[in-house]
Ligand binder design. Structure first.
Ligand code: PLP
Length: 414
């Protein structure tokens, strides 16, 4: 079937859709429309095959065995690390630490770098639009160490007030941790500028790339960030795998976090010496199968071409913004000049949860609520929004279904 959108993009969207078996699901009698991609993307057949293939032909524990399967599993696991190193242009594979997700990576930095190097009175800067996973670990650290959390404000469009950020920076600033792309608003933040200004006062910087990694080219060397965290499940890969990039010298200076197997060099009851990077931060048996399948996910996205994918998603964003704006009483929250394909909105007099339930009855999956950004919702004076977020397999036909779905909701409850 040729889709209208096939003629717009250089990508073969119908072919791409056929890679994602879940898109054939029927929900409440209708073909599924999946617009909850900012929460997690669906997985292509290639990733599902890589997962099953690992368990069918390779499964063994890594780094320890000398038998055939153990060596094969180790080789596949380390090949994934090198592939992801290339994906984010890290200087060394040792700078790529496998975690369980973005949240895990940020906690690792707060609990190791933060506990070792931050002290009472030091300032940590985050922003108003952070996900809870880039707020709470820093609050916990501040509580323990007596550090001060400072918050970059935003304007009504959902853009950081960079002047205010610059005013906040001083010799007291020891750490800056900001989101690359907001999950609730879609705003793309000027992270290169944020990093440069933070480094000028000697602060280290972590970028939360959970939403950026599938939409934007990530080059950690060009950005010059000290840490970059993301989750593979938002990038067409499996759940339970994240990546924490850290500069080699910074990671080497940090104490380990979780103790156990793999992260040690030698253990006696008197003293333990720790392993080298990256293993120092990878205690215990990791999520081997999902790490291996993550390589396939990255390759899938890169084969499509990140630029072509971004162009197509931007086209969907513009189409949806125009279409949703035509609905009377619907207001879009997050209208930054630079944004990815996320639209948060609310409708006059209709609770976001009712919108979500009634769309679900029509087979349309969106996200409703505070999107793990309660302070951001407080900034806008709202309890939550409805959010549609688009991925490369979505189409304008699906957006048309969303619009007619919302018109139905309005007729029933508006
Ligand atoms: N940061 C942002 C901006 C996110 O959107 C999310 C998840 O939605 C996270 C962090 C946490 O990611 P995870 O749950 O994969 O650890």
């Amino acid at each position: 079937m040729l889709l209208e959108t096939d003629t717009i993009s250089q990508l073969d969207i119908a072919q791409i859709r056929s890679d994602f078996p879940i898109l054939n699901e029927v929900v409440n009698g209708k073909q599924l429309v999946y617009f909850d991609n900012a929460a997690t993307t669906q997985k292509p057949r290639q990733v599902l095959d890589a997962l099953a293939g690992y368990y069918e032909h390779t499964n063994a524990n890594i780094h320890r065995g000398i038998h055939h399967l153990a060596e094969k599993a180790t080789a596949e696991f380390e090949a994934s690390r090198r592939r992801i190193q290339k994906f984010m242009n890290a200087r060394l594979p040792e700078e790529v630490i496998f975690t369980y997700g973005t949240t895990d990576g940020i906690n690792l930095v707060a609990q190791t770098y933060g506990r070792a190097f931050l002290k009472e009175g030091d300032e940590i800067i985050i922003s108003t639009m952070e996900h809870h996973s880039n707020i709470v670990p820093w609050q916990m650290l501040c509580e323990e160490k007596g550090c001060v959390l400072r918050i970059i404000p935003i304007n009504d469009a959902g853009e950081l007030l960079m002047d205010e950020y610059e005013k906040m920076l001083s010799e007291k600033t020891k750490f800056v941790s900001v989101v690359h792309v907001s999950n609730a608003l879609g705003t793309i933040n000027p992270v290169a500028q944020i990093i440069e200004k933070a480094h000028a006062v000697g602060a280290k910087v972590l970028i939360d790339g959970a939403q950026a990694s599938s939409h934007i080219d990530i080059d950690v060397q060009a950005l010059d960030c000290d840490f970059y965290a993301f989750s593979l499940h938002k990038l067409y890969g499996p759940t339970g795998v994240g990546v924490l990039y850290g500069k080699e010298e910074v990671l080497n200076a940090m104490p380990p976090w979780r103790g156990g197997g793999e992260m040690i060099k030698e253990v006696t009851f008197e003293k333990t010496t720790f392993n080298e990077l990256p293993y120092k931060f990878e205690a215990g048996t990791p999520n081997i199968a999902d790490v291996v399948a993550s390589k396939t996910a990255v390759e899938y996205l890169e084969k499509l071409g990140k630029e072509a994918v971004a162009d197509y998603e931007n086209y969907l964003l513009e189409y949806a913004t125009d279409a949703l704006s035509s609905i009377e009483g619907l207001r879009i929250v997050g209208t930054a000049a630079e944004k990815i394909s996320v639209i948060s909105f609310f409708m006059d007099g209709i609770h976001h949860q009712d919108i979500g339930v009634l769309l679900d009855q029509q087979g349309i999956a969106i996200r409703t609520g505070h999107h793990c950004t309660q302070p951001l919702m407080q900034r806008f004076g709202i309890p939550g929004t409805s959010r549609a977020s688009f991925a490369v397999y979505n189409t304008t036909e699906e957006i048309d279904r969303l619009v007619s779905g919302l018109l139905k909701v309005k007729k029933m409850l508006g």
